[in-house]
Design a protein around this ligand. Structure first.
Ligand code: ADP
Length: 631
């Protein structure tokens, strides 16, 4: 909003009177001054731009226009610019004092060196410039900007003037209020008390006549701003605030910048509506809005064209209407105004991004990581499950294979075992017959008979021990891990093979370590491994073997491991075969299956142990099993 209509113009006749009054000297100065400006331009010297402010350089809304006009000028100008700014203080006062001293000041400042162009910001400045131009800068082109169309005194425009005006449509602003808050009953109107503001109160009253009694209008301009704040904090329900202007309040206090609006926003219990673009974003809800940028752009455009030599009379602009409605998202949220109630072409600004919008990238990344992790975990679980199933299956197979292998090993032993069993049975028979004969005598030697019976018992125990071992080794049991004492397990296996060794005239020596060897394992399967190694060792000692016929089995503790060694006095394993003896179906024996050592290694590895074969320096093979000791 700008300037007041009354007493705006100075008629051309009056200008001449003033000129005469000031004397020919001033005329000469001004003329020589404009010739001066032309010369300066020709030399590429700075263009001198005089900006006249209405209320003050920092008064909103004009300050925002001035800022963007200056920025535009500096951006677009191909000449260096000398921008000089002056402020009309008289617009602030209800009863302005004489303007003459300010006019004299400007006259003496620009005497002989008028600016290249004058830009007036706001209606009071436009009115002042029009009134005193003849005296101050009669030949200087002027751009009257940031002025409402109805405040432009067109009758007083010259060919040297360009007008950049706007048109305010108050009905559109109030229609918007009723559209977004249909329950609104009253609008409290905040406008100050300077002459310009009073002009707008009258204009508003006239413009809003079509509203009829749809809304109650509450005029606050007779109050000081402090009183307005108090009223705004206690507005009745269904009331909204209309923010027009607050440059000077009824108490004569000035309000620069946006402090007044911010104070109002802080205390008001109702939403604030305004069409003032320079205040948008500072607490107003929004609606149809002035186009600050458009006004600035046109002003800069006119200035550039005039400085470039174009005639001002050739530059004409239509008044700038409101732009498309725009709203402050934060205020919509604050007052619970739904976006669906806004006009279809409206724009919503200051939307605060949701957590999702703000951290979208990070959230997607985290979600992706979680998904990948979940996938990995379920994959691993699946694999673990699969492995467990496979392990159980492989153990079952191993147990079956080991059982079959035991049958075959024991098959090899049967002849010797039969022989072994025959021996105790034979001596039992002989002893029993001897005892019978002795009892038939007259004075049987009871002591002798007792000794014979002891022999019979010993032989019987020996036979049943052989049978027990045989049954135990042939037992079909699932793979079963328990805590065992390895020396004992090995002793069982050696015991089983002893009969065979005797049959083959082989000395079988077992030397357990004098310490407990606690390991975790399946005793039957470990026995089978040791038995296999002993049978192989005995197989290696053939009849052709002339030297010592001996198989030694011993256990040791080696750090955290237990060790079982089976050593023979046979020819040893051929160097080229050492790497293959544990392969399935590797055999150098005519009837051999080649599965014994392969099964032995599988069993040992299932016990987390190792088995390996070497040749002894003194001859013969040495097989070593290592199993982890418990605790
Ligand atoms: P098989 O006894 O049926 O041949 P094994 O897997 O038990 O199957 O043994 C594989 C091969 O390893 C034997 O054929 C033999 O060549 C060799 N071997 C095993 N133990 C000895 C040993 N103590 N001395 C020499 N060679 C051996």
């Amino acid at each position: 909003m700008s300037g007041r209509r009354s007493g705006v113009s100075v008629k051309p006749g009056a200008v001449w009177v003033a000129w005469l009054g000031l004397g020919l000297l001033l005329t000469a100065c001004v003329l020589s001054g404009s010739a001066d400006a032309a010369q300066r331009s020709a030399r590429g010297e700075p263009k001198r731009v005089l900006i006249l402010h209405s209320f003050g350089r920092e008064f909103r809304p004009w300050s925002e226009y001035a800022r963007s006009i200056k920025a535009g000028l500096e951006q677009r100008s191909s000449w260096p610019l000398d921008i000089q700014e002056h402020t009309l203080l008289s617009a602030r006062f209800n009863n302005p004092g004489p303007e003459a001293p300010f006019v004299e000041y400007l006259a003496s400042l620009y005497q002989g060196a008028p600016p290249d162009i004058v830009i007036s910001i706001g209606a009071p400045a436009a009115r002042f410039a029009q009134r005193y131009r003849a005296k101050l800068f009669p030949d200087t082109p002027m751009v009257l900007t940031v002025v409402e169309e109805r405040l432009v005194d067109r009758s007083d425009l010259t060919d040297n003037d360009v007008v950049v005006s706007a048109r305010l449509d108050f009905m559109a602003v109030f229609d918007n209020i009723l559209r977004v808050l249909p329950d609104t009953k009253a609008v409290a109107i905040v406008i100050g008390a300077s002459p310009l503001e009073k002009f707008w109160i009258d204009a508003l009253k006239r413009d809003l006549i079509p509203l009829g009694n749809r809304l109650e209008l509450v005029w606050l301009s007779d109050l000081s701003f402090q009183e307005i704040l108090e009223r705004a904090a206690k507005l009745p329900p269904h009331t909204v605030l209309f923010w027009g202007l607050m440059s000077v309040d009824a108490a004569g206090v000035m309000y620069e910048g946006d402090l007044a609006l911010r104070s109002l926003r802080a205390v008001a219990n109702a939403p604030i509506f305004s069409y003032q673009d320079p205040f948008f974003g500072g607490g107003t809800v929004g609606g149809p809005m002035q186009l600050t940028a458009e006004t600035s752009r046109k002003t800069v455009d006119a200035v550039m064209r005039i400085l470039g030599g174009e005639k001002p009379s050739a530059i004409k602009y239509e008044p700038i209407e409101f732009g498309r409605p725009k709203y402050d998202w934060r205020e919509l949220q604050r007052w619970g105004i739904s976006e669906t109630s806004l006009p279809p072409n409206s724009e919503i600004l200051f939307r605060e991004p949701t957590i999702w919008e703000r951290y979208r990238g990070q959230m997607l990344l985290i979600a992706a990581i979680i998904l990948v992790q979940a996938g990995l975990i379920s994959g691993l679980l699946h694999e673990r499950n699969g492995r467990r199933v496979a392990e159980i299956e492989s153990r079952r197979r191993l147990a079956e294979l080991a059982h079959a292998n035991r049958y075959s090993s024991v098959g090899e032993l049967t002849t010797s075992i039969a022989h072994e069993l025959n021996q105790p049975l034979g001596s039992i028979l002989t002893n029993a017959e001897t005892a019978e004969l002795m009892l038939q005598g007259n004075s049987p030697d009871i002591n002798e008979i007792r000794l014979i019976l002891a022999d019979i018992r010993r032989d019987d125990q020996r036979a049943s021990e052989v049978i027990r071992r045989l049954r135990s080794v042939l037992k079909k049991t699932p793979f079963e891990i328990k805590n065992i004492e390895l020396n004992e397990t090995v002793r069982e296996a050696v015991g089983l093979a002893r009969a065979v060794a005797e049959g083959r005239r082989i000395t079988l020596i077992y030397t357990p370590v004098l310490a407990d060897l606690r390991v975790k394992g399946d005793p039957i399967q470990l026995q089978q491994v040791v038995l296999n190694l002993i049978i192989n060792a005995m197989d290696a000692i053939t009849d052709a073997n002339a030297g010592k016929r001996e198989v030694s089995v011993w256990t040791v503790r080696a750090g955290k491991e237990s060790e079982v060694n089976v050593v023979d006095t046979g020819p040893g394993v051929a160097a080229s075969d050492l790497a293959h003896v544990f392969d399935p179906f590797f055999s150098t024996k005519p009837q051999g299956m080649g599965m014994g050592l392969a099964i032995a290694r599988t069993i040992v590895e299932a016990h987390h142990g190792t088995i390996n074969a070497t040749n002894q320096q003194a001859g013969g093979a040495r097989f070593t099993i290592r199993l982890p000791l418990l605790g």
